[in-house]
Design a protein around this ligand. Structure first.
Ligand SMILES: Cc1cc2nc3c(=O)[nH]c(=O)nc-3n(C[C@H](O)[C@H](O)[C@H](O)COP(=O)(O)O)c2cc1C
Length: 339
């Protein structure tokens, strides 16, 4: 069935139900062996952070929070998959409705609030997966954990999932957990990263496996805030940065009936602001830390703009919902091979 027809049907459902139905459908197709008929994605290997990515197009965090659909999602041809955000303990997230489709703008607003089954459940799912490709695991803190104890939550999550990860993403940029974005600044950021880098070294020493540590930042940062963040990322020798998470801005969606819903905006209206952050980071990080760009990519041209802005790798979420899996093949066909 072509995606435009599937979209017509599932878009009749509320967005969160549609999400579950589509993913369960994809998993069933995979279990029945049908995903082997999916188009193959052109190989365009890139070595970034010491890992070899078969192509630069990844699945962004949040779509498969509990690692329940990894094998089926891998069949779509992603060069890498990021699961999570996972928190140490399971939590329900915010009350529904908490996900809204802004059809005209090809955007979403979500305030899910890290609904996830917790680290133990994720680990059980990871043990079952057959996927051997690059797997990012995105970690966060529980809602009930006060900010002053946030580091303990990140450490607990890190220790639980690191044996299964190709890289770990420290999510300090979701707008739906009160205070989380404060971790992007000053001493809070410095001590969080310092602790996790020590843990990374410890894991390397005992397990002989380097697991890159990546930080995911928000698009809603002033120039001086971004400059401070970049200084800390360089000082702490972080391995990568993901730019960006969803935005609190409503520029470009003012006319939508959902514009006033609380939460993070993703998709096309995020593209420009998020790309600006990539451009600024490229200068601030002096090519010493690779950038993974995410935010509003919905065409091959968008993908190339992000790469031109300074990204080494890309991720998609909302574009996939609106364009379907053909987006991955299209992006792969227009991205030039790495020099
Ligand atoms: C419904 C939804 C849930 C998300 N959940 C997470 C999450 O748990 N952790 C995270 O780091 N980012 C999460 N994100 C942000 C995406 O990973 C991505 O950074 C953002 O949506 C911008 O990319 P896009 O415009 O391609 O969607 C979520 C996004 C959406 C739309």
């Amino acid at each position: 069935m072509c995606y435009s027809l599937l979209k017509k049907i599932v878009f009749q459902l509320n967005p969160e139900t549609a999400h579950g139905v589509t993913l369960r459908g994809l998993r069933l197709m995979h279990q029945l062996g049908l995903t082997r008929f999916f188009p193959k994605i052109k190989a365009a290997p890139r070595e970034i952070m010491g890992l070899i990515f078969p192509n630069p197009i990844g699945l962004a965090a949040g779509l498969d929070k509990n690692g329940e659909y990894i094998d089926a999602l891998a069949a779509l041809g992603f060069g890498f998959i990021e699961v999570g955000t996972v928190t140490p303990k399971p939590q329900d997230g915010n009350p529904r409705p908490r996900l809204f489709r802004l059809l005209e703008q090809e955007a979403l607003i979500n305030r899910l609030g890290f609904n996830n089954k917790g680290c133990d459940a994720l680990v059980e799912n990871l043990k079952r997966t057959k996927y051997k490709g690059i797997l990012g695991i995105n970690i966060g803190k529980n809602k009930t954990t006060p900010l002053e104890n946030a580091i303990e939550d990140y450490l607990t999550a890190y220790r639980a999932v690191v044996p299964y990860a190709s890289y770990i993403t420290v999510n300090i940029s979701s707008p739906n957990t009160e205070g989380l974005r404060d971790l992007q600044h000053g001493e809070l950021l410095r001590s969080l990263l310092c602790t996790l880098k020590q843990e990374q070294a410890q894991f390397m020493a005992t397990q002989k496996k380097h697991v890159p540590l990546v930080v995911k930042i928000a698009p809603d940062l002033t120039e001086s805030e971004l400059q401070n963040i970049a200084e800390i990322l360089l000082a702490e020798k972080v391995d990568g940065v993901i730019a960006t998470n969803t935005t609190l801005s409503r520029v470009g969606v003012e006319n939508s009936p959902y514009a006033k819903e609380a939460g993070g905006l993703s998709g096309k209206p995020l593209f420009e602001g998020s790309t600006q952050i990539v451009k600024q980071l490229k200068v601030l990080l002096q090519n010493r830390i690779p950038i993974i760009a995410v935010g509003g990519i919905s065409t091959g041209q968008d993908a190339n703009e992000k790469l031109a802005a300074g990204a080494s790798l890309l991720q998609v979420y909302t574009g996939l919902i609106y364009q379907g899996p053909a987006l991955i093949k299209h992006m792969a066909s227009v991205i030039p091979a790495q020099e």
